[in-house]
Design a protein around this ligand. Structure first.
Ligand code: ATP
Length: 552
């Protein structure tokens, strides 16, 4: 299935079935904001609950916290967000599009002479920097694409090249077909072998953009104009508001752009009240707000989203050990909840990619239909944050190690994930089209959300085969028993039983129970597995325990 087609189908299903709606849709929506419907809110809650249970409840070295969204603005001065939480933004003066300068990828076409020279791309890459081989022929094919990663940009390159060629009347490039793409290890350079309409093959080189100054004559990704991109300027991503009756600079406050700083600000409170000893962590799930320049890819880049973050404090000499522990544990968590390992990547940052305060950092990335992108970051943030808050607040944030008889500021390892991004990854992974037999045993195509049972919004659906002979009464009783036992159950007696199965397949319900003629005789029901379509016959009494064993 073409990638964008899969995404379109998923978005349509999410709206149709009540997983995700556009925020304030009746007023035309608002860019970067999303609402979760009845199924979506259960799915998202299950994601958060699974995380909370695994990292807080099942461990004795992590405690939870729930901080306010608006905090004293000094928190954001200390953390560096007031001064530095910004993205470089360029604007096209012609089409008025705003873009993140570091998220625009430029594609250059090499001339024929260079093409002939390329035997070994590795050698080629060593010899040239991408900007040096910015060639001339035909320049109309230079395109810019705004995307989160090079692999996302690659998804769109053929369309962009074709559009640019059409717009600039380049004769042979009516259509461009990508034959091969090689992406460099550091992820900001790629080589594409393309074929034009006349069957001529050439290489295209891609380099992550750093639009350095105005007049770089880079084509705008929106309108292809080469003279209209402004110089990048820093754009602070924090939403501002006012607390209290006066709207002036003294009452200015920020909506938190991350949950982490609330944890650092409460480090001493938690330490004093919980008597935790190093190593220990503080976990928080909550809303975060970022005025993203260009929200995109459905809920992937939103302006309001939820984070699930742990700040795990430890001795400096144990930081590397804990960093590796969390990096690997968090990677495994996504696999354990159904993401295919072949679609997950663990990408360690190069030293020159690291934030100035971080000693090491890894991104857990997932191959979304729109490209490989970050799900969660795990970083060794050293003692940077606590030191900053100690300095700005004047409060002692040191820890006394009573075994080593030492006082110091702990190091911190931060696994920081997005609830919405994780939910989106689970939805993308779950979306499946396959075939299932209808009532007459004829194979029919079906859409099924193969969500991990622990995350599925509904665990069990109960149907009476027909609406008579006492079947609805028995089915309702099973349904009520399941609800009373804490299992999310759904009762449905409307329409043909095959249609009812399809509706539950789309909702991702792992088990469907049907009360039929035989139930009346021997008190057994059929229970059908969503993925294998296998049906078991079990007694009425067993239903709750059967499902529970398989979904928890
Ligand atoms: P990006 O480079 O994609 O903007 P980031 O590296 O700035 O992300 P962090 O500051 O490390 O992200 O935030 C931690 C996590 O919060 C991310 O891994 C992601 O899951 C989530 N997150 C960050 N920004 C957004 C957003 N705009 N929409 C949804 N989730 C987000």
């Amino acid at each position: 299935m073409a990638e964008n087609v899969q995404m379109e189908k998923l978005v349509a299903l999410c709206k149709r079935r009540g997983f995700i709606f556009q925020s304030s849709e009746i007023y035309g929506g608002i860019n970067g904001f999303w609402d979760y419907g009845p199924l979506g809110v259960e799915l998202k809650r299950n994601v958060k609950n699974a995380w909370w249970e695994d990292v807080v409840r099942k461990r004795d070295d992590i405690v939870g916290l729930d901080c306010s969204i608006i905090m004293n603005p000094k928190v954001w001065e200390a953390s560096g967000h007031v001064g530095g939480f910004s993205d470089p933004m360029v604007t096209c003066k012609s089409c008025k599009k705003h873009m993140r300068a570091d998220k625009v990828f430029f594609f250059y076409v090499l001339d024929e002479k260079e093409m002939a020279d390329i035997k070994d791309l590795q050698e080629f890459q060593k010899k040239h920097s991408a900007l040096e081989i910015r060639v001339t022929l035909p320049t109309a094919l230079d395109v810019g694409i705004e995307a989160d990663s090079i692999s996302q940009a690659l998804e769109q390159v053929d369309k962009a090249i074709s559009e640019s060629a059409k717009k600039n009347n380049v004769p042979n490039f009516k259509k461009c077909k990508i034959l091969k793409a090689l992406v460099a290890e550091d992820g900001d350079e790629a080589f594409l072998r393309v074929e034009n309409k006349l069957g001529k093959k050439c290489w295209v080189i891609v380099k992550a953009s750093k639009i350095a100054k105005q007049g770089d004559d880079r084509p705008c990704p929106g309108c292809f104009d080469r003279t209209s991109l402004t110089e990048p300027r820093q754009f602070n991503l924090m939403f501002k508001s006012y607390a209290g009756a006066m709207e002036d600079s003294t009452s200015e406050v920020y909506l938190r752009p991350e949950t982490a700083q609330g944890i650092f600000a409460n480090f001493k409170n938690v330490l004093d009240t919980s008597r935790m000893k190093l190593p220990f962590g503080i976990a928080q799930i909550g809303k975060a707000f970022r005025n993203e320049i260009n929200p995109r890819n459905y809920t992937f880049r939103s302006r309001e989203f939820e984070q699930m973050e742990i700040e795990f404090f430890c001795r400096p000499d144990e930081a590397d050990k804990w960093y590796k522990h969390w990096r690997d544990a968090r990677f495994q968590w996504y696999i354990d909840h159904g993401l295919r390992s072949s679609r997950l990547r663990l990408r360690d940052h190069e030293k020159d990619e690291l934030a100035h305060y971080a000693e090491s950092c890894a991104d857990i990335e997932y191959e979304f239909p729109f490209g490989v992108s970050e799900l969660e970051g795990v970083a060794n943030r050293t003692d940077f944050d606590l030191k900053q808050h100690q300095e700005h607040s004047g409060k002692d944030l040191t820890y006394f190690d009573d075994v080593a008889k030492e006082r110091f500021i702990p190091y911190v390892i931060e696994p920081s994930g997005g609830v919405d991004r994780a939910t989106l990854a689970f939805l993308c992974e779950a979306y499946t089209e396959d075939e299932a037999p209808d009532e007459k045993g004829k194979m029919q195509s079906r859409t099924v959300m193969k969500l991990h049972p622990r995350l599925a919004p509904i665990k069990l659906a109960v149907f009476p085969l027909v609406k008579k002979d006492g079947m609805p009464e028995i089915a309702r009783e099973i349904h009520q028993d399941a609800l009373a036992a804490g299992l999310a159950s759904f009762y449905d007696e409307k329409g043909a039983v095959g249609r009812r199965y399809r509706r539950q397949d789309e909702a991702g319900t792992p088990f469907c129970v049907t009360v039929d003629g035989q139930t009346l005789k021997d008190k057994t029901v059929t229970i059908r597995d969503r993925d294998t379509l296998h049906q078991d016959r079990i007694s009425l009494q067993e239903v709750v325990s059967y499902v529970r064993e398989r979904v928890e």
